[in-house]
Design a protein around this ligand. Structure first.
Ligand SMILES: [Zn+2]
Length: 279
């Protein structure tokens, strides 16, 4: 099992900088604009990259943490077996310190612009690299209690794992407290997302899908669907909703968000952005 973890963390170590430095796209910013105008009081995301949090501007009078539920966790937090949380950036520095040759390897990659290929779990594809010498940190909080725990994992729901009961419960509550639910850019392939749609329809909430291509809910009665680029639709909707409110306090922030974000095409094999949570 040590080998497995060394393999995982050495790849994750090299794969983290692009994840850490990734910037929100126009859809993230359009949703942030709708959060600012209070049209989207609750946001549930299947993504683990933290970009919805990043899109919330510093001017926001709410905390992104309170308004955004990360259904499948986040790559930006690591925890030990006793669930002590460690900031991923701090953890990255620990890995650098413990593994100088790997840090050199990474610095070299950055210098030469050879970015590693990252998959949605923040893992990276490398061949011919010996990870058996990769040194893993231990949880420092556990160490204070005399416990040596180097079984650290990212706070992400992996394939075959279940969503934490409190997260599942919160996701249902968020649906219940909303007067309508919009599903954006998801095929709803993961059951943890699909069951939220089912829950909403059972409660007779208006439900709409905004996605290009087929989804698991296309045949669910009563579900409306817009097949169009989410950034266009959401920017358009936000502009329409704030029309006539020009000059209002805080609106310039919303307008800024509606022209923010660049589109970076995902790699070809990156079709399923959602982590593969079983539910
Ligand atoms: Zn610990």
């Amino acid at each position: 099992m040590v080998m497995y973890r060394q393999r995982y963390w050495s790849r994750s170590y090299l794969g983290y900088p692009p994840v850490r430095d990734a910037q929100p796209n126009p859809t993230h910013y359009a949703i942030a604009a709708l959060q600012m105008t209070n049209h989207v009081p609750k946001l549930i995301t299947q993504n683990v990259d933290g970009l919805h949090h990043k899109a919330v501007p510093p001017e926001a009078r709410f905390s992104a943490k309170d308004r955004i539920l990360e259904l499948h966790g986040t790559l930006h937090v690591v925890h030990c077996r006793r669930k002590h949380k460690i900031d991923r950036m701090v953890f990255q520095d620990q890995l650098s310190e413990l593994n100088p040759p790997w840090k050199e390897f990474m610095d070299e990659m950055i210098r030469t612009g050879t970015e590693p290929r990252t998959n949605p779990d923040g893992d990276v594809d490398i061949r011919g690299v010996d990870f058996s010498n990769f040194v893993l940190p231990v949880c420092e909080t556990c160490l204070e209690d005399g416990i040596h725990d180097d079984i650290l994992k990212p706070e992400v729901v992996f394939f075959g794992e279940s969503i934490a009961p409190e997260v599942k419960q919160q996701s249902f509550q968020d649906v219940e407290s909303s007067d309508r639910v919009l599903f954006i850019g998801t095929t709803l392939a993961t059951y943890s997302a699909f069951r939220l749609l089912k829950h909403a329809t059972e409660l007779q909430k208006p439900v709409m899908l905004l996605n290009i291509g087929p989804t698991r809910a296309d045949d669910v009665p009563g579900v409306e669907k817009i097949e169009a680029a989410s950034s266009e639709v959401l920017r358009g909707a936000a502009r329409a909703l704030v029309k006539g409110r020009r000059g209002e306090k805080g609106l310039e922030v919303v307008e800024r968000l509606l022209v923010s974000g660049t589109i970076k095409p995902p790699p070809d094999d990156n079709e399923d952005r959602a982590p593969r949570a079983a539910g």
